[in-house]
Write a protein that binds this ligand. Sequence first.
Ligand code: NAP
Length: 285
Amino acid sequence: MTAKLIDGVALSRQIREDLGQRAQVLATQGRRPGLAVILVGDDPASAVYVRNKVKACEAHGLHSVFEKYDGGLTEADLLERIRALNADPSIHGILVQMPLPRHIDPHRVIQTIDVHKDVDGFSTLSAGELMSGLPGFRPCTPYGCMKLIESTGVDIRGKHAVVIGRSNTVGKPMALLLLQASATVTVCHSATPDLGLHTRQADILVAAVGRRHTVMREMVKPGAVVIDVGINRNEEGKLQGDVDFEDVREVAGWITPVPGGVGPMTITMLLVNTVEAAERSLLST
Ligand code: NAP
């Protein structure tokens, strides 16, 4: 068997077309969706992520505000800036790029963002909404993974899903989203003995570890849907996921490539959340 490719670039394009139209409708109602992105410090990878997010907003008719501060910015000043954006009616989503300099508490920063503007879905309130099955903003990466899985047409209900990784931003919300979709969910992590014992049972396998060769061919059930969230570099500096793509595609039914799978969907779901935040703000006035 050779797995079908789940094309995150094509799916992103499709979702973004629809978003562009929704943004236009909102603009005619005086509610052009607006995203504020804050970057503190000079981390080069963060600068690239932030630039891509701002560019994506501009390309799809969203208003974007990019605020860059040097690494010496105090926590108090950052919180004050967030409170000002909370009160700004032209801004519907606020994203503070992580990691922050050490003297700033990321938890305090995230909790200061108004939950109605928490388009990253990282606050404890947003996490609680997800946990309780209430409408709210879902963290962009697992939300994008769900769209990728849904795009295969495979019915998630009743399937066994295995998530490798339990971070608050990817693994845990991924498991909750799959549970909400009525999968039977197993969550594995660094203390899980015999990872393959679990992954071989997976109809849907999501790898979110950050380590190459975590998922090898013999660990995958024939026909499984394999979603590779990992971003790693090999010895030549080439981008690779957590899954041994060339080998695993011989047994899986569906597989995401790296790059071109989960990555583009993460930014797309940020735009989705921002447009949704603007739509909700219209309903609440
Ligand atoms: P993280 O916070 O470092 O979490 C990694 C998880 O993997 C942890 O739960 C850890 O377990 C688990 N783990 C580590 N070694 C393991 C092993 N040998 N077997 C099983 N589990 C193991 O990372 P993250 O933020 O969730 O991100 C995961 C990966 O996804 C990274 O490569 C990141 O760059 C990538 N990512 C990609 C996107 C995208 O848009 N494509 C977005 C976000 C993240 P413990 O909890 O026990 O330590």
